[in-house]
Write a protein that binds this ligand. Structure first.
Ligand code: BES
Ligand code: MN
Ligand code: MN
Length: 458
């Protein structure tokens, strides 16, 4: 049997060609203008699944964008690994900040620049190529199912129904996901947690029409001024969130676990340099790493209203808007948090304005114990391919379907991601290192092997 390393070096150029083809499809789920590209993208993933030798390959319609499902059952008595990922990407705007266009993948400094190169097409592709290797070399040690969705970046609204209606089809022993990051290329790590999310949009309305800011200014509530006042009241001087009962259910991480997490290497100077900031800021009493992983947060993602055109227009706007996200930690319920936000925010409004809070998507946090078979199998796989034991970390981002998988399918997920925080996911010039891409393809077959062996010894 040919080993994985020589398979990778022999096929590297073809791998890059194939991945580039996927990256050329602008599968932006948030923008209805790309609807046809979404269908094209699902088709391309389906074709990849067929090409690598999966047995059942189908495009399953949902009320939104379709899910691609594929499986290869070699023996029902063997364990089954379910691979999850997403083929949709974030919008690529602002386009003028890209050095090369987002959907014309380009190699620079051993990195692939394109929207979706890391999040998540590049990481999904690693699984397809690892499977191609295992299937073609007859070394696939267990059954495998693949589920690639097209709505992750817009909150996976239609996936829960698909999961509930297909519990048998999706039955498995573990879910394997590459959609997170490692600390550095020489410091492998495994995310043992994801944060939950509550996302809302707020609307503050004052007078029924835009007013002359000289004639009325100072006498009538200005919705933008008021919205800024209200937002500033959402944190106290210690950067704690002021919403009553917001922290009630927050999981208190034990001193020993905080100590373990603090052992993960973190260079604050590099962090500040990368972001071009003079200093960090956050909740008193927690480190930067903790603030971005085990603690809940509230951030304004966008704010608008009034006159933003050329020159000056003296106007007191009728309305102001903001989009606000709250990242949540284990035990916080996104529905409850959204309600707490709503009643507090509405009560912050003075009599001169009215306020509407519109809930968007949400999702729950997730944790994976480091003594589970999934973790141990991933740890051992990375130890072989990186030559170093990976460090357990807790991720700050969200993949809402992971908690739902656990609730509905009773299956744990293992987050075996290979990106870097500096890969600029969701930003201009997103990229993915060739090292990371190939390391992923190399590591995944070891995960399969270890997971099957460890399941047998259970
Ligand atoms: N892959 C990310 C999530 C992620 C990134 C987790 C880095 C850990 C480290 C995912 O595609 C994503 O962007 N999720 C959204 C979820 C939202 C749209 C519901 C997020 O976290 O904002
Ligand atoms: Mn992702
Ligand atoms: Mn994303």
């Amino acid at each position: 049997m040919q080993n994985i390393q020589s398979y990778i070096s022999e096929n590297k150029n073809r791998f890059l060609d194939e991945l580039f083809q996927l990256l050329r499809i602008p599968s932006i789920s948030a923008d209805p203008a790309y609807k046809e590209n979404m269908a094209q993208m699902a088709e391309a993933i389906k074709n990849q699944c067929t090409q690598i030798g999966m047995d059942t390959v189908e495009i399953c319609p949902t009320a939104g964008f379709p899910v691609v499902f594929a499986q290869k059952i070699i023996d029902p008595k063997l364990p089954t690994i379910l691979v999850y990922g997403h083929y949709d990407v974030q919008p690529a705007t602002p386009l003028d900040l890209w050095i090369t266009p987002p959907f014309e993948p380009t190699l620079r400094d051993e990195k692939i620049y394109a929207r979706g190169s890391c999040d998540d097409k590049g990481q999904v592709f690693m699984h397809l190529k690892a499977l191609e290797y295992m299937i073609s070399s007859h070394s696939l040690p267990c059954n495998v199912k693949v589920l690639i969705e097209g709505e992750e970046e817009v909150g996976s609204d239609n996936l829960p129904i698909f999961v509930k209606n297909n519990t048998k089809k999706l039955s498995a022993d573990i879910i394997l996901i590459s959609d997170t990051a490692i600390i550095a290329n020489d410091i492998p790590s495994i995310d043992c947690g994801l944060r939950g999310l509550s996302y809302v949009e707020v609307e503050v309305t004052g007078p029924s029409r835009d007013l002359h800011s000289g004639v009325y200014g100072g006498a009538v509530a200005n919705p933008i001024n008021i919205l800024c006042d209200m937002i500033s009241k959402l944190h106290d001087k210690n950067r704690k969130i002021t919403i009553p009962h917001f922290y009630d259910e927050v999981e208190l991480v034990s001193i020993s676990e905080r100590k373990l997490l603090s052992e993960a290497p973190f260079d604050i100077e590099n962090y500040k340099n990368d972001l071009s900031i003079q200093d960090v800021m956050g909740e008193t009493g927690y480190s930067t790493t903790e603030r971005a992983s085990i603690r809940p947060t509230l951030d304004v993602n966008g704010i608008w209203g009034g006159y933003i055109g050329q020159g000056a227009k003296t106007v007191l706007p009728s309305q102001a808007f903001a989009k606000i996200s709250m990242r949540l930690v284990p035990n916080q319920d996104s529905g409850t948090i959204t309600k707490l936000f709503q009643s507090y925010f509405e009560n912050l409004a003075p009599a001169g304005v009215s306020v509407k809070v519109k809930p968007h998507h949400g999702g729950e946090a997730y944790v994976l114990p480091i003594d589970s078979i999934g973790y141990l199998a991933a740890e051992k796989a990375m130890e072989i391919t990186f030559g170093k034991k990976p460090v357990p970390t807790r991720g700050g981002g969200s993949i809402p379907i992971v908690a739902l998988f656990e609730k509905e399918l009773k299956i744990k997920s293992i987050l075996l991601g290979f990106g870097l925080d500096t890969d600029a996911i969701h930003s201009p010039n997103e990229h993915y290192g060739i090292f990371n891409l190939l390391k992923g393809i190399e590591t995944i077959p070891y995960f399969y092997k270890n997971f099957v062996e460890m399941s047998n010894n259970k």
